[in-house]
Structures are given as C-alpha cells and as structure tokens.
Design a protein around this ligand. Sequence first.
Ligand SMILES: [Zn+2]
Length: 320
Amino acid sequence: MIKKVRDAYTSLHANLRAGNLGKEGSKRRIKAESKPITFRPQAAQPYDDRCLSWQYDAQTVSIWTMAGRLKGVRFACSPNALKQLIAHRKGESDLVERDGVFYLIATCEVPEAETGEPGSFVGVDLGIVNIATTSTGHRAAGRKLNRYRRRQVALRAKLQKKGTKSAKRLLRKQRRKESRRARDINHRISKTIVTEAERTGRGISLEELTGIRERVRLRKPQRVALHSWAFAQLADFIVYKARRAGVPVVFVDPAYSSTECAECGHIDRLNRISQALFTCRGCSVVAHADRNASRVLARRGQNAWDAGRTSHVPATSPSG
Ligand SMILES: [Zn+2]
C-alpha cells in the first residue's frame, strides 16, 4: 500500500510540476492539491521483493502491510505452477481482490526452448460445436461450454433488465466467472495440443484468426462477442506453450478448409453435407467434417513451413 501511495503522490507531484493541472492558484490545481487521493479498492496492488517474500516450501508469503509485517500467509496453486514459481519467478507481484478472494499474480520469466525441425504438422480446426479438433484425432467438444454460455446470456439479459446496483455487481461477477471458466478450458485444450505435438515431434498449424472472426460473423452477431476473444485466447495459449516447448507454430489461411477434401484436394461446397459430415464428391471419402478440416490445415501448415524453410536457404551463386 505504501509504495502505491508513494507512486500516486509522485505522479501527482510530477503532474503539478509539469503544469498539467493548471497554474498555481487556479481552480483546477487547488482542487487537485486539496483532494486526498483515493484508490479503487479492487485495483491491483504491486509488490516488489522488498515488500513481499515467498516461502515456496511452506507455500506462504510474507507481506508488508499498513499494519506491519504479515507472516506465513498461505497461498494455493497447482504443483506445476509452484514448480514454475520456484524456477522462474522474477520481479513484481500483484495482489488483486476479486469477489472476496485475494489473488497474487507473480511474474515468471521462462526461457524459450529451442525450436526443432518438425517431422510433420498437427492441424487444429477451431469451431463452436467442437472448440478444437486436431488432425491427430483429439477433439474438445464445446457442448458443455456452449450450454453454460447460453445460460449466462439468459441470466445476463435478466440482470441487465433489472438494472439495479446489486444486479450490476452480480453482472460483473458473472462476467468474470465466465471468462475464468473459458480461460481454464483454453489452458487445458492448449496444453493437450502442445504436449501431443511435442511428444510426436510435430509442429502446430493454426488458422489465421481473422478467418475465424469472419466465419463466426456469418452466423449470429452475439456469437462474435462470445467466441472471438475465446478463440484468440486459445491461439495465444497454444503459441506461448509451444514456444516454451520448442514446438514451431505456423498460421495458415483457412479459406475453403471446411469444403476441401483432405484426401484428394477437391473443393466443393457440397462436400460438406452437414455440420458434422463430410463426403467428398471427387473421391467419395467420408469423414468427420472438423477432422477433415484439421487435416487440410495440417497440410497447409507443412506447405507454409516448407516454403519458409526453402526461402531461408541461401541462393547458390552461379560459378564463373
Ligand atoms: Zn476427395
């Protein structure tokens, strides 16, 4: 708290010095000088290593507060997160209060692994019915999440109509809860995809996100808000986990990936019989539509990687 107060007053004084708040004696300046600085109670509170120390073995922290030193404050985290903390925590931590729960957000500097040469690529098709389908056979169904979201939308509409202060507070709480839930799901899906790619020596091929937004936009407008940020977050998680594991990621143009045949390359809108079913009119192969799309993306990823690699090979100069 002290540091934050000091920071705030430093910036106030800097503002005063720079004349940002008007001349000496001006109404605006007197107001700024006489008004005590207030803090939003829920704003993040930064702590550096002098004000907050970590005892990893005991899973506790010691914090300097207005009331003195608070010792042995327990924190909870997953075993993996604890490993990360021990190995890589560095710099300031933020203390945040949300809905009565205190969160300590630590900064970890994790070195990136060296990127290997992939044997092939895992294509990842993103969608609403199936959040992610990979060419290697993994499918993360969105049924549960979609049902949950529909309930949230209904609840939100009700609360918005009410418009009272407590309804608004509940609305904020719901929104945070929903984004925490999506975040959790995205963490799990991205981990599964990256772990598998790493284990099998593959790269990851993702569709460019503009493509996803376009595609989602073609459907109901409310879905754009609901889904585009979640897809962007999933892609972000995949990219950063892949970087840590040394798995290369390429982004490819997803145009026609849902109507192109992964077997023979025949593109026809009629290949896509329904949301789930793909039947090629060229070679008559039958496949799950998302699985087929993920295989198309995998091949495009391989092509993009090959094209990028050959362009990096120095041109041989003709002799003589
Ligand atoms: Zn075909």
